[in-house]
Design a protein around this ligand. Structure first.
Ligand code: HEM
Length: 159
């Protein structure tokens, strides 16, 4: 009888210890996942540069944006490779990567372009479609737009 009790207690202790370790390991997993930066989840600089490369190519031939004569002119005068380079650096930095953005502020680089609300919405539409094409998960898309959203006040200047 006493032997049975000891075996039962040992088994109970074993089950409780296992439950404790499983919960500690799951908590560590959750913390590690939360620690992974958006930059890493997007795939780092090569993945971000690829998205930016395609984004600028699509925006450059967009009829809604090119109906704005200043944007149409900028497209022929501002080297596309430069915008791609700077936007990549900016997004890498903003998402937690090691790259550093050395370009102008959003106000400085956009205030002369007379960008309207409708043009901003068109950019968001093109960008969303592109992120879906690149199979960027919804969570990461949300985090990316949360970073970009606040720049609108400096970019949209058309009254
Ligand atoms: C409707 C939306 C937008 C349009 C039409 C647009 C268009 C442009 C154009 C034409 C330029 C070149 C301007 C020049 O050098 O004269 C430029 C530069 C740039 N844009 Fe945008 N842009 C838009 C939104 C954004 C957003 C949301 C971001 C980032 C959050 C961004 C980041 C940049 C950067 C980093 C540069 C380069 C700045 C520099 O050279 O120092 N743009 N954009």
């Amino acid at each position: 009888m006493r032997k049975k009790l000891i075996i039962r207690n040992v088994l109970l202790m074993f089950v409780l210890c296992s439950l404790f370790f499983v919960s500690v390991i799951s908590a560590e997993d959750a913390t590690e996942q939360a620690d992974v930066s958006l930059y890493e989840r997007l795939g780092g600089v090569y993945a971000i540069a690829s998205v930016v490369d395609e984004l600028i190519d699509r925006l450059e031939v967009n009829d809604v944006l090119n109906a704005n004569p200043i944007l149409d002119k900028a497209r022929t005068e501002v080297p596309k490779a430069g915008i791609k380079f700077r936007l990549t650096a900016m997004l890498c930095q903003a998402t937690g990567g090691p790259e550093v953005y050395h370009g102008r502020s959003m106000k400085e680089s956009h205030s002369h372009l007379n960008i309207s609300n409708a043009e901003w919405d068109e950019m968001v539409k093109v960008f969303s479609k592109l992120l879906n094409d690149f199979k960027v998960p919804e969570k990461e898309q949300g985090e990316l737009f949360a970073l970009i959203g606040p720049t609108k006040a400096d970019i949209v200047t058309k009254k």
